[in-house]
Design a protein around this ligand. Structure first.
Ligand code: BEZ
Length: 213
């Protein structure tokens, strides 16, 4: 059984998808990745979720993020359901939906929680960085559609940390002040952060959000 933790390399796999066969790591290339499971095709909450992800295409693309969905339904089911998603959510699904009928990927990523549902995947999300390390894992219950603004917010936070040496405080939103990471000594802050900083405590140094691109 999978026992994945943050910082682990996301397990590689080859899978049939609605957009052709993908080799996960090769498909990711130099991108960040979001791999998320849903319980089943032709279900109401999942229909709204996948439509929402399709509508966020530009937001993911501008952050260099590739997105793949997964359920244990087959390819024909996915293809038929995509037509319904496009029709009802007024969008175009343009990301791969993995057909994991043999549960190979679901088991690799521990997406089936038998005491909740022995047959279907729960709403798992994995965010993977360009080195293929897992940076976020969350699990939602089947009855709660995910908040994709929150996923974008976490991706922004992760990328600010990876590229700009800041962390983000509670309830941070794009544009708010950020926290200088503890590994930077206060004396070194000016050479890293041209927008200045405020030392509230020696361990709590705030700086305006660096420009993301
Ligand atoms: C849904 O996607 O609507 C759903 C799936 C499983 C349980 C409850 C809701």
């Amino acid at each position: 059984m999978a026992n994945l933790r943050l910082g682990d390399i996301a397990p590689d796999f080859t899978a049939a998808t609605s957009e052709g066969t993908i080799h996960f790591h090769q498909w990711l290339g130099d991108s960040w990745g979001v791999l998320f499971s849903h319980p089943a095709d032709y279900t109401p909450v999942c229909t709204t979720e996948l439509g929402t992800v399709a509508k966020y295409t530009d937001q993911f693309k501008s952050r260099n993020v590739k997105v793949a969905a997964l359920s244990v339904d087959g390819l024909e089911s996915h293809k038929g359901w995509i037509k319904d998603i496009n029709e009802t959510q007024h969008t175009t699904v343009n990301f791969p939906i993995i057909a994991d009928e043999d549960r190979k990927v679901a088991e690799l990523y521990d997406m089936i929680h038998p005491n909740a549902d022995s047959k279907h995947t729960v709403r798992s999300v994995f965010i993977v960085d360009p080195s293929k390390k897992i940076q976020l894992m969350i699990t939602y219950p089947a009855s709660t559609g995910r908040n994709f603004d929150e996923l974008i917010r976490v991706i922004d936070s992760l990328q600010l940390t990876a590229y700009h040496k800041v962390a983000t405080p509670a309830n941070w939103q794009n544009g708010d002040d950020c926290v200088v990471v503890p590994s930077i000594a206060t004396a070194d802050i000016p050479k890293h952060f041209s927008k200045g900083f405020t030392e509230i405590k020696p361990y709590l140094r705030m700086t305006p959000q660096p420009n993301m691109n």
